[in-house]
Design a protein around this ligand. Sequence first.
Ligand SMILES: [Zn+2]
Length: 312
Amino acid sequence: MEIRMRYMVHLISLLVALTTAVMADASWGYNADNGPATWPGVCQTGFRQSPIDFNLGSVEISHYNKLHFVHYHNAGSVNVTNNGHSVTVSGFETWGPNQPYIYSGGLAHKYKLVQFHAHWSQDYLTGSEHTVGGLHYPAEVHFVHIRDGYTVATAANLSDGIAVVGVFLNLGTPNVGISMLKAALSDVVSVGPVTKVDGFRPKTLLPQNTESFYRYEGSLTTPGCNEAVIWTVLTDPVTVTEDQLNLFRNLKDHHDNMLATNYRPTQPLNGRQITFRPSNFDRIELCGSAPTLRGSISAFIATIASIWLPNM
Ligand SMILES: [Zn+2]
């Protein structure tokens, strides 16, 4: 009897888990009836939600070491798919000893790359999830890394289980990485198919300068909004063309409607600390604290200027 009860309880939990997983996938989106304001649970009640705005008043200068991107220059096979919320590029676990990972830069652990995806809108004044001084870039790529030794599921329950690196996309010259994904992005306009791309290098979607970044403790920006993410948002954007942005803008959602926008609005800071690591940290450190602050503020202002003046 007891065994049968236990079996029933297991069966019910399994059904609930399956139902939740299915609902979590197709029931939420970015429209008025299923958008961010309607997302349940921690998405509404949390205190360290993402994305956020980086503004001068809330940013402090950090003394972090450089963030290391290991094996990001390697080429390997990736799977490109449209999950109805974004396009995801995954399969890095199959790279074995060549799986890209990050460490240092203020991170207490090593974090392995599992996938990246993008956020966008139909215009240039919105699109990125994080903002700088209240201003958006036209798009943002998220490189999702899982703490070494954990699975995606177990890492999502730790306060520092996931490390996401955000990279802003700005209008300019073509990006080599997105050029490599062009055919695949055209194949996955609708939800479902998985397209394999060989010889892809994740480094092609990183800016040349990865030394300058914002760091804070936040969450996943999609349901269940798990407060498990150590965020690193690189200050320097990578450039893309309008045609490349349109590859994202043309994608469709679960209902085969246009996935017109997929960015969540910025969330309250709730007293959180944002730190900023300037790229010229090592040099200005030698000159004392006042130049450090001045250098950092000018770097911050340059970032804001670059949003308005993409050709700078
Ligand atoms: Zn994201």
